[in-house]
Design a protein. Structure first.
Lengths: 311, 311
């Protein structure tokens, strides 16, 4: 059994985007296994168990990932992940990977792939709600898929917004008010919000929104009225209904599962397409086990590992 | 993060029985979290993901375990397991344990606890169907809970039955025909069978059966007529219906979920009891994540570990 302590180092973001795109294509072809994500709840957080199998990549395994919002006070990451890789032929546990940074990267890659297929144009301005690790990684991954002429960042703390911009010195990047963020062709929401922070009246026709932050029951970032104006694309319907951007609106009867336009996999395969320049599109990202497996495949090819006695 | 390569060494079987008994008591009190076991299927086997949390023991985590019957040809175990332990307070992945032998031990302990509460008498003869690792471990764990005056072993291969007996030199132990096995007060079925191997007419009143082998859809060891004569106790109703001894009879309409008499936890707590000397009782064991966590707790206190860089 191999242990990969830092498998996210030296990975190529373009290669990750392609691997995640292929994972979504296989999902669209219904060529993967992915039992429902399970949740265990603690007083101060939870952990999720995400098993999966991509036969065409010959990779299977499970990610175990926590969310403990109060960890920042303890100098620990809010989210930490371990990935266990199982050999499909024998069931032997081939590897354990530190999955924390891989989780960031594969989530960003899903946003990048969604932007590639759903963006209203190849050249965009990007507006970001949030200034954390995920906001930064989303912009970096998406900038490899589209030509970016401007980046605007909103954060509750302007210093954080400015710090995020400093990480993109090659772009015109500046903090902005929420309404100004929403003038961009591509909007990314990457906050831990539990109440909508994006108003429907701020959103013009022809906008694409990557809704990244909502990944558990009770979380949402968008005014539900936006969903009803938009073509809503999900990573996986079952997960999105349970814990994605649409979970609260569905719970409240403000959106219906039947209104989901399709999965990202269907768009990657070209079975569905953005129809008009005026269309508002939303990608609801919850994070799939197959993304973790696809990025683990790359990470295991390149990463340094130590051998662990197992049998 | 700690890695325990051989956490099953030097464990005390009595202490394991008590830890598993306490886990079932907490299950009976509804003081645990245990999302459904998930299955991922391969051409030659499967793997299962088993998350759980026992707040009173302050232990949480996930077992990942495969079943690949053809592994014997490759000199690999059929079943291999990895357990990831998550700190409830922070979500930090505290440990990864080699869970293969722990799985054997905690399964045997469940049988021992069931025998303690459901056996018709404190002094018993034990009849065993099967001669593998699990058959051996079941007898060893149960012999700590009851006085054993004789052991009878049936195996398709008599040499294997004799080999099992050699592991119990302090007992009168001998190979026997299936009908003779069924004359024992306590019967243990620990085979990989997919068709019933124990006939109803062989089973007399006042017998207890630990049905251990059936742990996946399609597997069964007992003539369903036995279940209809018996008080059927399960480890967990949801898992038993899906993959325990009762799964095939339920699928065929020969047994109903409503006929389950209770859970082992209820018997451990004394909320339910064996009622008459004539009662036939069956314990349907599927294996619970909380058993893995309870034994991991002990193993982590005593086992040798190596430190793995994680953050």
């Amino acid at each position: 059994m191999r242990y990969y302590p830092k498998p996210a180092e030296n990975l190529d973001l373009r290669e990750i985007n392609r691997a995640i795109e292929e994972a979504f294509a296989e999902h669209g072809r219904d060529n993967v296994q992915m039992p429902p994500k399970n949740y265990v709840f603690f007083k101060k957080g939870d952990f999720r168990t995400m098993p999966g199998y991509i036969p065409s990549l010959d990779i299977a395994g499970v990610k175990v990932v926590n969310v403990h919002p109060e960890n920042r006070e303890k100098d620990l990451p809010t989210v930490m992940a371990v990935i266990v890789i199982i050999n499909p032929e024998t069931g032997y546990p081939e590897a354990v990977l530190n999955g924390t940074k891989l989780t960031d990267l594969r989530t960003a890659a899903a946003g990048a792939v969604a932007a590639k297929y759903l963006s209203p144009s190849k050249k965009v301005s990007i507006g970001v709600f949030g200034s954390g690790r995920q906001a930064q990684t989303q912009v970096a991954a998406t900038a490899l898929e589209l030509e970016v002429d401007e980046i605007r960042v909103w954060s509750r703390n302007q210093v954080h917004a400015e710090a995020l911009c400093k990480q993109f010195p090659d772009y015109e990047c500046h903090p902005a008010a929420p309404e100004e963020i929403c003038e961009c062709e591509l909007i990314i929401t990457a906050t831990p919000s539990r109440v909508p922070i994006v108003e429907s009246e701020w959103i013009s026709k022809g906008t694409h929104i990557n809704a990244i932050g909502a990944d558990a029951p009770g979380k949402e970032e968008l005014d539900p009225a936006i969903l009803n104006r938009a073509t809503v694309v999900v990573d996986d319907p079952r997960q999105a209904v349970h814990s994605g951007e649409i979970n609260v609106p569905i719970e409240k009867g403000l959106f219906s599962e039947g209104a989901i336009a399709g999965t990202l996999g269907e768009y990657v395969l070209g079975r569905k397409k953005r129809r008009t320049p005026d269309e508002i599109t939303v990608f609801d990202s919850t994070g799939l086990a197959i993304q973790d497996l696809a990025i683990s495949k790359i990470a295991m090819e390149k990463g340094e590992w130590i051998g662990l006695e197992f049998l």
